[in-house]
Design a binder for this molecule. Structure first.
Ligand code: ADP
Length: 175
């Protein structure tokens, strides 16, 4: 059952020993605050150089780089939607972040991947809704992509951790 491949922990994504970590980046890919800043600090300056060569990323899309000084070999950069009340396609764009990131996971033969809580920091997406979209989208992807071994949601604070645990339990009860 694919749900057993999903885990939720509280911690720092830059410290995760997985094949790939996902970055909640912005459209420029030039670094920012929050998890983006933490990943660039931990990976070192060559990450920014590679991001500059890529040149940018549309909201909902994802691109992949090396992990440089991180324990993870890869960083997948995806751009979540800014919350604008929920009527601007935010839910679909957020689901696309997870799907497009996981497409890169499969393409690069990556087996273990860690996600942060995309869009729920500076981009203000309500975490209860965002966490359920995250869980549901990755579970659906796992069903048709058995090569992925683990998808870990790394929650930076207690409120985020509670929301993801709740979303995972809610999804479990629905299937
Ligand atoms: P966004 O702009 O997509 O909202 P943020 O980085 O502002 O991205 O926030 C996304 C989530 O990442 C928030 O829950 C924030 O607390 C969390 N976060 C910040 N630093 C880290 C980190 N080092 N590891 C994991 N999550 C982090």
């Amino acid at each position: 059952m694919e749900i057993h491949k999903i885990s939720v922990i509280q911690g720092d994504i830059t410290k995760q020993h997985v094949d790939a970590i996902v970055n909640a980046a912005n459209n420029t890919l030039l670094g920012g605050g929050g998890v983006d800043g933490a990943i660039h600090r931990a990976a070192g300056p060559r990450l920014l150089e590679e991001c500059k060569l890529i040149g940018g990323c549309k909201t909902g899309d994802a691109v992949i780089t090396l992990g440089y000084r991180l324990p993870a070999n890869w960083v997948i950069h995806t751009v979540g939607p800014v919350w604008r009340g929920g009527t601007h396609g935010e839910a679909g764009l957020l689901a696309n972040c997870y799907k497009n990131s996981l497409r890169l996971v499969v393409k690069h033969n990556i087996h273990t991947v860690a996600f942060p809580s995309i869009s729920t920091g500076a981009y203000n997406y309500p975490v209860n809704d965002a966490s359920y979209i995250a869980v549901k989208t990755v579970a659906a992807f796992l069903k048709t992509n058995p090569s992925i071994q683990e998808i870990r949601f790394v929650c930076f604070n207690n409120a985020t951790y509670s929301a993801y645990m709740h979303a995972l339990n809610k999804y479990r009860q629905e299937i």
